[in-house]
Design a protein around this ligand. Structure first.
Ligand code: HXC
Length: 517
């Protein structure tokens, strides 16, 4: 009869073999590719010694194409749960050294299991992606496994935060799992995401494809907007994941984690008073404003290099997490266009789903004029901003720094779409349009008839600016709530946030809305 000691020794030996399999012959090939192993990645992501593995012994049951010889315990993914900064998360890490990390029936079942656990436990789910895609040898079993994953990603959306860390290839339909999650962190040099590979694109479209850039972190971080963050290497990717999680609640029913405030709530930076140029055509960098208002060093930009005419990201105000949405006058004058609309709307919807209050800093001349934008669907995309702000029930506070013209004034968190408090700086211009454009329309006949049209134009512009180039007309009618000396903004926002802390807004009963996609 086998005794307990032997039973335990057998288990420990098997466990050791599973880990050594990876730490032995399966680590080397990864390192040769300039990549870390699946378990090394978990070590970097999680608090030391917290990883609890599940399904380490799973074996696939498929045959043919030599699969019988490749029954490796765990089958291409390491899954389980652990802690990040003391908070529990569910994780899975694809193991490229087992059949290229190909997505199999078993990998699908393991990943589905940890997502289900994450949903039941109300904790975030983090996928570390390094895989060649569907396991070809398994045919429909691998496709079914992917379908189960996509379905779960969709079910989990808005329930727990989902983060995808891309540290290898991700091709074909498999891109839709990260594509369904809240945040994608790509790693330069080693991660690639595309639906159709270069050879197929070249064969079908006959266009030349640059294999280095197709689906690269660079392209997705700057042009497509698929990647929310781009890390220089794997270490940075996992550090970023940990940092991002520090702003997020574990699930939709919790508040984001507050920290002990380190920065003075009364800090009033007087350089803010002169930061906005009085010449409306002169640019300034909105990042300088953000730095001076929010807790020092707390701003984490999202989509930092995509649609840079808008800025979105997480920050803290007196230790409380907030979502910052801002126009960037230093890029295209802060105009709203198709990409910035998508960037802003998506961020608002994430914040609203996870109880992150919104603070909007506004200086935009409006929507980008142009045939490309019109034909590209600026109506459909721009509508997303107004939809997202209108739908959001979290505390909403706006500060109009300078230009808030026309439709852009309305969509960018105006009072009418139920922004709780709208502040303005003395430089705020709230008008249907800018002075030059308005004068050209209103006084076309007078200007044509004038002896000195230029002098006449300037006179009308001055009159227009007198009325709309300051915030007092809007304040007199209650369309804004208060005018702030810019250096007061930080304490005023902290007070407003405190007021709205327990805000509860109900939405009308419905199945779900129909956001213009
Ligand atoms: C099973 C696969 C595989 C696959 C590669 N391998 N692709 N095994 N199913 N789909 C195996 C290889 O035979 C090899 O095994 C190991 O994985 C590593 O692959 P390599 O090609 O040697 O790696 P590398 O040179 O780094 O190239 C990686 C790659 C390339 C660029 C990703 O493998 C590639 O282009 N693969 C096709 C990617 C793709 O188009 N995937 C989409 C599939 S369709 P050995 O034993 O030699 O180590 C899809 C649809 C999903 O995913 C639909 C969801 C609804």
């Amino acid at each position: 009869m086998i005794d307990h000691k032997e039973l335990i020794a057998e288990l420990l030996a098997l466990r050791q073999r599973i880990r050594e399999g990876e730490h032995g012959e399966r680590v080397e090939p990864q390192h040769k590719r300039g990549k870390l192993s699946a378990r090394e990645r978990l070590d970097l992501l999680l608090d030391e010694g917290t990883f609890q593995e599940i399904d380490a012994y799973r074996l696939h049951r498929q045959s043919g194409f030599g699969l019988e010889e490749k029954r490796i315990p765990g089958d291409g993914v390491v899954a389980g749960f652990g802690k990040i900064n003391g908070r529990v998360v569910c994780v899975y890490s694809q193991d490229f050294t087992v059949l290229g990390g190909s997505f199999s029936e078993v990998q699908g079942q393991k990943v589905s299991k940890v997502i289900d656990l994450a949903l039941d436990a109300g904790v975030p789910i983090i996928g570390i992606m390094d895989s060649v895609g569907a396991r070809i040898q398994e045919g429909v079993y691998s496709l079914a496994a992917y379908s189960e994953l996509f379905w779960r990603n969709t079910q989990a959306s808005g329930v727990v935060p989902q983060i995808s860390v891309m540290v290898g290839p991700c091709a074909g339909g498999s891109v839709y799992s990260p594509g369904l999650t809240d945040f994608i962190i790509m790693t330069e040099g080693i991660s690639q995401m595309f639906v159709t590979g270069p050879k197929v694109i070249e064969a079908v479209t006959r266009e030349h494809v640059d294999k280095q850039t197709l689906g690269s972190a660079q392209v997705h971080g700057t042009r497509s907007g698929v990647a929310h963050f781009v890390a220089a290497d794997e270490r940075q990717a996992f550090a970023l994941t940990r940092q991002l999680l520090s702003y997020l609640p574990s699930n939709y029913a919790e508040m984001p984690p507050a920290t002990e405030p380190k920065d003075d709530p009364w800090r009033q930076d007087e350089t803010l008073d002169t930061i906005v140029p009085t010449d409306p055509t002169e640019a300034y960098d909105m990042h300088q404003v953000i730095e001076r208002i929010f807790d020092l060093g707390s701003f984490l930009p999202v989509h930092q290099r995509f649609a840079t005419n808008a800025i979105v990201g997480f920050a803290r105000l007196h230790g409380q997490v907030v979502g910052v949405i801002a126009n960037q006058p230093a890029v295209k004058a802060g105009v709203l266009d198709i990409d910035s609309a998508d960037k802003i709307a998506r961020f608002i919807r994430f914040c609203d789903a996870f109880n992150v209050p919104l603070i909007s800093l506004i200086d935009t001349p409006g929507f980008m004029p142009g045939v490309m934008q019109e034909h590209g669907g600026i109506i459909r995309h721009g509508a997303k901003i107004v939809y997202a702000y209108s739908e959001a029930t979290v505390p909403k506070i706006a500060v109009i720094l300078r230009k808030a013209y026309g439709g852009a004034y309305i969509v960018m968190s105006s009072k009418y779409i139920r922004t709780d408090l709208v502040f303005a700086w003395p430089t705020a211009e709230i008008a249907v349009m800018g002075a030059e454009g308005a004068v050209n329309i209103l006084y076309a006949r007078e200007l044509k008839a004038a002896e000195d049209p230029q002098a006449e134009r300037e006179k009308y512009i001055a009159q227009y600016r007198q009325k709309f180039g300051r915030p007092y007309y809007a304040a007199a009618s209650g369309h804004i709530d208060e005018i702030l000396v810019p250096h007061e903004t930080r304490p005023r926002l902290i007070a407003a946030l405190e007021l709205l802390k327990n805000k509860r807004a109900q939405t009308r009963p419905k199945k779900h809305g129909n956001i213009p996609l």
